[in-house]
Ligand binder design. Sequence first.
Ligand code: KG4
Ligand code: ZN
Length: 337
Amino acid sequence: MTILAIETSCDETAAAVYSTQTGIRSSVLFSQIELHRRFGGVVPEIASRSHLEKISPIVTEACEQAQCDFNEIDTIAVTNRPGLPGSLLIGLAYAKALAYAHKKQLVAVNHIEGHVFSSFLEFSPPFPHLCLTASGGHTSLYRVDAYGSYREIGTTLDDAAGEAFDKVAKLMNLGYPGGPIIEKLAQKAAFQDVFKYPRLKQKTLDFSFSGLKTAVLYDLVKRGAYDLHAKKFLAPGDEKLASEVSSSFLTCMADIFIDRLERARREHDDIRAVTFVGGVACNQFLAQNITQWADSKKLACYVPSRRFCTDNAAMIAFVGHYRAQAGLFADYTLDLF
Ligand code: KG4
Ligand code: ZN
């Protein structure tokens, strides 16, 4: 079976080709990051317009790189939820039109399920396992029992982890996206926990990152580095402060992740491995901390390569493949959500 997958849920226009025999044959994308950078976040209207421009060339490039004739494709998999409606709609309408015109089967894929199974593009994690998915739009902990069988056991009550990175970076006018910038700065402070932001105690396996962002804000105010009324950072160019804030923030985030993983492990004592996925899993410090924790518990730990952590269509193709094999096809009336 050969699948063409299309992903346009946020700010990446992505397409991939996957075959049963060979696995991933191509995975290409256009990242809109430069279009959104000056706004400090994704602007939905700009995202939709860019998807519309790029979808056709990206799909063509995915087929070319895979050296795949369109006749060879059996099934088109497409992300139809969750995401920005205007963005999702471009990929969905394109996939449906292609499927209808060329008489291909259609499969709907949940973007989060794509992330949850993204580690399978490079590894074979045993079931059951825990999956920590952390990105700009979502942060949840899943118990994964089989292909397509996964259950959310904890989620963020407010901001996603990546959103917290982006907001903290924005507080200090560091640029967008915040994750990679904060990681670099944290390294300059040797990943020390200088300011000891509070690790909020949580009775459940849920997360709350809005409180952490607020703790950073009020700590900056206390240090005279932020004017709350003018909403202005008062210490631009103070690299020592930015590094120490970044480092303290990152160590706090690592502790929160490990606390929830540890509690999930105790509640689910049959789990055999842990996977850490989504854009935030590009963070080497977090990945190392989670891997070390897993080692100490004799659990295998899998973190996908950077290109499969951030949004991509290869993970959509992988999920699309097992759904197609199970006969879970959609019809041409497929809609968002
Ligand atoms: O998965 P992704 O590409 O898109 C979403 O589905 O949201 O994740 C993007 C998020 C952004 O919030 C970005 O700041 C964060 O992932 N991110 C990182 C790192 N690289 C990207 N967060 C922490 N450390 C990083 N190195
Ligand atoms: Zn995502």
